[in-house]
Design a protein around this ligand. Structure first.
Ligand code: NDP
Length: 271
């Protein structure tokens, strides 16, 4: 089985980032807005801040004490020309989370507002695309995996992975099926898939019994078992049956991180 390592894919994206950085006429600045919360989100924000520093992107963290302060922070950054990108840190109450739709498309660097979702659905080139879903496409492209006419099954229908992936795969002429927790014929769908994208957040869920011979597997899942990071695929189990598989860690995760940086730089160029 070929292991579809994320590292060379990230290196190619970093080359693109360097080319774009050379064209910048203004300093990129990311603002992350949230409401003070748990430690898990602090770890995530810390990683983004570190990555921004690495790529010379200014970083502003605005953690509000309540909804009113969040809305004030939002109004401050929304029209500020020095802020080139904005991200929300979930969890947020709906009244705050829905403000993402008031952002101009180019400031919504995660591609989560309705304008970017619409652009993606219509196949417009300037759509900001949610990075994790785009990471799947980057892997397929880098390893020259032609999906024309192939049956791709996506497991998981979230707004950041499953749903945006549908349109990207359709654009590449795949036949796309999406499964979720209410799907009744899961095994049948998976056993007839040429390519499976796992994004359900269930440790080692996909075993060899679910896949056909020579299936190509992409693992988006991040789970922890006894303190060790594992994906949604039981890597040991599928080794002798699948033809290719992304690893966890070292697969989709690092690609997602650099795609966010690329989105921030690309949008600073548009600003
Ligand atoms: P969500 O919890 O938002 O969505 C999970 C999806 O999986 C839902 O659609 C759910 O169905 C479906 N699902 C859950 N259990 C089953 C099951 N037993 N059978 C079939 N479908 C099921 O998760 P996210 O999309 O945010 O994340 C998915 C995984 O990807 C997580 O492990 C997360 O940590 C990881 N992730 C990785 C990133 C990376 O950079 N590599 C970035 C972001 C996420 P339903 O809709 O019916 O509830």
């Amino acid at each position: 089985m070929i292991i579809l390592e994320g590292k060379p894919v990230t290196e190619k994206i970093i080359e693109r980032i360097t080319e774009k950085q050379a064209k910048l006429t203004k300093q990129p600045c990311l603002a992350v807005l949230g409401i003070k919360g748990d430690d898990a989100s602090n770890v995530y924000i810390g990683r983004i801040e570190k990555n921004c520093a690495k790529y010379n992107i200014d970083f502003k963290l605005l953690m509000a004490k309540d909804e009113t302060e969040f809305k004030n922070n939002f109004n401050e950054v929304k029209d500020n020309p020095e802020i080139t990108g904005i991200m929300f840190q979930e969890p947020l109450p709906h009244t705050c989370a829905s403000l993402i739709n008031e952002l101009p498309a180019y400031k919504d660097v995660e591609g989560l507002n309705i304008i970017n979702a619409g652009k993606l659905m219509l196949g417009q080139e300037d759509a900001n695309i949610p990075c994790t879903s785009k990471a799947v496409i980057e892997v397929l492209d880098y390893y020259n995996i032609d999906i024309t006419g192939k049956k791709v099954v996506i497991m998981g229908r979230s707004n950041i992975v499953g749903k945006p992936l549908i349109f990207q795969l359709l654009k590449k002429n795949a036949t796309v099926t999406i499964c979720h927790s209410k799907t009744t014929n899961l095994k049948e769908e998976l056993q007839t898939a040429d390519i499976i994208v796992m994004a359900i957040g269930k440790a080692k869920f996909l075993t060899k019994d679910y896949i056909k011979e020579n299936a190509i597997l992409i693992d988006v899942g991040i789970n922890f078992e006894d303190g060790k990071m594992v994906g949604d695929i039981d890597f040991e189990s599928i080794q002798d049956k699948a033809s290719m598989c992304t690893p966890v860690p070292g697969g989709i995760g690092p690609i997602t991180n650099v795609l966010l940086i690329e989105n921030i730089i690309t949008n600073a160029l548009r600003d």
